[in-house]
Each structure stands twice: as structure tokens, then as C-alpha cells.
Design a protein around this ligand. Structure first.
Ligand SMILES: [Fe+2]
Length: 482
């Protein structure tokens, strides 16, 4: 197969969303349509798999690409762009060799079971990037974070919170912050010696404290959680590993999971202050991401994006990278949902929007409290295989507002408040849009209050950014170090 910047010539344009960006760039963006808001200053960081390759060997699962950080520096009148790969062992090896030497989440080492048995997936640092202690952490949910310099994006090494996390310690990719204290909360899944969820609090000085460690009755895979004033809220779907496949390494990690609808989903509420966790049984759900959660009297309310399809289809969607199929990727149907868990253990379900969405965001100053507006990537009014719209949902009225990008592929919209004391929804949404026909990406600024109006400003990159996962915004303007 001929590969030109990762695009096979017989593939649909949609497949370009996963095309590699092997080069590392640093430049001031020249083409800006519209007017950049003068008070939108700071630095946007985004991360995702930048290339699904080891040398010239192609990888096929979206979770296995090398983590690449993009940095957009906004000073009120211009945008400077830089991208840099996280220097993981997997990345460094792929610079020297075409041989797949490390196992991935969806990738096996060639050579059958013997080549894979006893090997854990390699840490590719590709899932989220968050502010920590004046710098950045690139996160990957099955292992340690990597420290990243916020100015140069240089990789400063693996980080285990001064030994408290442990060498193999998992620090998941979706930490949450308590606005009342500034503490960061997170969890890690330990599979050995016995399966358990370990929960953490990282105080404002950066020290990591282990909270509860909750044994799991069944091994499950879990990606995200949410925070209320009282609880860490987990929604544990019945994604169970086939223990024979895991033990023999006969299949990749993701191909070793099965969705057992009979087992149902468990809401697990872990008290922040200690004490016994609550477990509430519910019918089987399938999801990756939560929006927010809050206490409402004695009830707990949590919002999430539920996939309305079979696990096999979700898994297939993750395995569509570098596919020779002309179909390209096809993101599954989903819905933004609310679950109210009463003190008596009843779960009340409500659909908040009738569109397929993912990457739910909101005003993070409202973490642990009721938020009114959610912002998501999703499918608009056209038949699209990937997300081509930013969708705002009013959680009180269930009204939706769309900003559509026909022929585009958008990712997670991050909300940035206009000022520190601006109200909810008074700010901007920062979105990456990949214009597939031109194979270039844009940084798009939307007014969150008027999403339907379209972009306030659009900064055109000279190239595309491969479809990525998550990001963060810092009010600090990254320095030019040269
Ligand atoms: Fe995620």
C-alpha cells in the first residue's frame, strides 16, 4: 500500500481524520478569518495520537498512536502554533525501527501468543493533557503521566508523584477538580494482584494522597468518572475481559473485552470523606465519557454520553485507522443522558438531546454543582460518519443549538469564560475543525452564548491535525523560549 502522509489513495476523505502528522511545526498562523477576541488570551493545549505507525509499520487502533501535543498561544491579536510528540519509549523506538516491539491496547506484537504473553500495553501518552504544578501532564490511563514543559512542549520524563503512584501505577486520563478546594481527584485501575479501583486526591501543593481502594467484583474497563461535593461517581459498565484471552494474550486487550448485558451497569459512589462506597445496580449502559455530576439534596445526578449501539460496533470504530476499507471511520450513535440516583437507590433516566454526540464539556468552574449548558462534538443535520457539528444543549429545556461544519471533522469543544467572574455560558468555545477536502485544520472560536451564529474567528493551520482526544486551556501565555 502506498502511503502519502498516512493517506492511502483509495480511501474516502473521511479516513483523513486519522492521517499522520509526522512533522513538528512552530509558526505564527498567518490566515485568520474574523476577529480574535482581544480578551481571549492564554494557551490552548490539545493532545491525541499524531501517527499510528511504528516506523513504516501501520497501526490500526486509535488508542495506540503516539501522543502528540498541539499548543495554540493566543495573545489577543495573533495565534502561534506548535506541535511536539511526547518522547515515550514507544515513540523513540518508532523513530529508529519499523518493527512493532511493544504491545498496544488494540495492537498485538507480530509472532502470536508467545510474543505477547505477559506484556502490558505501551504507554503512548496520547489521551489528555492537564495543568499541574505550573507545568503539564500528558496522561494515559494505564500508566504514569509524562511531564511536559508548557512553553517548549519538551518531554521532561515519566512522573509518579515522587514515588507515590508506583512504577506501574495507573493515573487515568480524566482527572476532575473541586472548585471549592482546588484539589484534583483521579483514579487508576489496578488489575493485579486483584482488580480494584484506586482513588486519589492531589492537593494544591501537588502531593498525591490515596483515598479509597475499592475491590471490584468483576474486572471492568472504565475510562472516566465525575465529582460531586460528597462523592467520586463511577459508572461501571459490564465490559468484562475474557480471562482466557487475557491470560494467553491470544487477542489484543480491547479484543479481549466482552459486553455482558446480563450483568448490568453499577453506579459506584465513593465518599470523598471516607466511609463505605454505595453501589447502585442498573440496566447495562455503554459509555466512555461523563459530563458533570452534583448532589441535589440527598440525590446524586450524573450526566454522560451513552452509546446506543453494540460494543462490537464501538470497538470496530476504534479499529478503523489505516484501514483499506473505503468506508473510513463511522462514529456510533449516542445520546446525552442524565441519571438521577435517589437516596433510596432508584435510578431515574432522562434523555437530554436527540443527537449523536461525544466529548461532553461544560463550564468547569461548575464542577460538582448543577450546570445548565453542555457543549459537545456531534452529528448535525447532514448524514455524517464523523462529528461535523458543535452542539450546545440547554439541560433545563433540552433545547439544542448547532454550529455545523459541512465536510469537516470537529473535536471536543473547550469552554473558556470571558473573565474570571463571567457567568455560565459567557465565554468562548475553542474547537479544532479538520477541513477534509483541503486536508487542513482550523482553530475555531465560537461565542458560547450564540453558537448558531458561527465562528467569531477562524485561524487556518498550514496542515491538518489528526483526530485527537482531549485538551486544556491555561490563562498563562506560553513563552517563546528561543
Ligand atoms: Fe476520554
Amino acid at each position: 500500500m502506498t502511503v502519502d502522509k498516512g493517506i492511502a489513495p483509495d480511501q474516502d476523505r473521511t479516513a483523513r481524520v486519522y492521517a499522520a502528522l509526522p512533522e513538528e511545526h512552530h509558526y505564527t498562523i498567518e490566515q485568520v478569518d474574523g476577529a480574535l477576541p482581544k480578551d481571549l488570551t492564554g494557551t490552548l493545549y490539545r493532545i491525541g495520537p499524531g501517527r499510528h505507525q511504528v516506523g513504516k509499520s501501520l497501526l490500526h487502533n486509535i488508542f495506540d498512536g503516539d501522543g502528540m501535543v498541539s499548543q495554540f498561544v493566543l495573545d489577543g491579536s495573533s495565534v502561534r502554533y506548535r506541535n511536539r510528540y511526547v518522547r515515550t519509549r514507544h515513540f523513540e523506538h518508532g523513530q529508529r525501527s519499523d518493527r512493532i516491539r511493544y504491545r498496544g491496547v488494540g495492537t498485538q506484537i507480530p509472532g502470536g501468543m508467545l510474543a505477547n504473553v505477559g506484556r502490558l500495553p505501551a504507554n503512548v501518552a496520547n489521551t489528555n493533557i492537564v495543568n499541574y504544578d505550573g507545568g503539564l501532564l500528558a496522561l494515559w490511563e494505564m500508566g504514569n503521566p509524562h511531564r511536559i514543559d508548557p512553553d517548549s512542549l519538551e518531554t521532561l520524563g515519566r512522573f509518579d508523584f515522587d514515588g507515590k503512584l508506583g512504577f506501574l501505577g495507573a493515573f487515568s486520563a480524566h482527572p476532575k477538580w473541586d472548585p471549592a478546594t482546588g484539589d484534583m481527584y483521579n483514579f487508576g485501575l489496578d488489575l493485579l494482584p486483584t482488580p480494584r479501583i484506586r482513588t486519589y486526591r492531589v492537593d494544591r501543593s501537588g502531593r498525591l494522597h490515596t483515598l479509597a481502594t475499592v475491590p471490584m467484583l468483576d474486572l471492568v474497563w472504565n475510562h472516566d468518572f465525575a465529582l460531586t461535593r460528597r462523592y467520586l461517581v463511577f459508572v461501571l459498565d459490564p465490559l468484562l475481559p475474557d480471562l482466557t484471552k487475557i491470560a494467553l494474550a491470544s487477542h489484543s486487550f480491547i479484543d479481549s473485552l466482552r459486553f455482558d448485558r446480563r450483568k448490568g451497569t453499577r453506579f459506584l459512589l465513593v465518599p470523598k470523606a471516607g466511609g463505605r462506597p454505595r453501589i447502585i445496580e442498573h440496566e447495562a449502559l455503554l459509555h466512555f465519557h461523563l459530563t458533570n455530576a452534583y448532589d441535589d439534596g440527598n440525590d446524586v445526578v450524573v450526566e454522560l454520553v451513552r452509546f446506543d449501539t453494540r460494543w462490537s460496533e464501538v470497538r470496530r470504530a476504534t479499529n478503523s485507522v489505516n484501514s483499506i476499507s473505503a468506508d473510513g471511520p463511522r462514529f456510533p450513535d449516542s445520546r446525552l443522558m442524565r441519571y438521577r440516583i435517589t437516596a433510596g437507590g432508584t435510578v431515574i433516566e432522562q434523555e437530554l438531546a436527540d443527537r449523536s454526540v461525544e466529548f461532553p464539556q461544560y463550564d468547569w468552574r461548575l464542577s460538582t454543582r448543577r450546570h445548565r449548558f453542555s457543549y459537545l462534538a456531534g452529528k448535525g443535520t447532514r448524514a455524517a460518519a464523523v462529528y461535523d457539528s458543535i452542539i450546545k444543549v440547554d439541560n433545563e429545556t433540552c433545547a439544542t443549538t448547532l454550529c455545523e461544519f459541512p465536510g469537516g471533522s470537529v473535536g471536543e469543544p473547550l469552554f473558556v469564560p470571558r473573565s474570571r467572574d463571567a457567568g455560565e455560558d459567557d465565554g468562548w468555545l475553542l474547537v479544532l475543525n479538520h477541513v477534509l477536502a483541503e486536508h487542513r485544520s482550523q482553530l475555531v472560536v465560537l461565542d458560547a452564548r450564540d453558537v448558531g451564529r458561527g465562528p467569531v474567528a477562524t485561524a487556518w493551520l498550514e496542515h491538518h491535525i489528526p483526530w485527537g482526544f482531549h485538551g486544556t486551556f491555561s490563562r498563562r501565555i506560553a513563552r517563546l523560549e528561543e
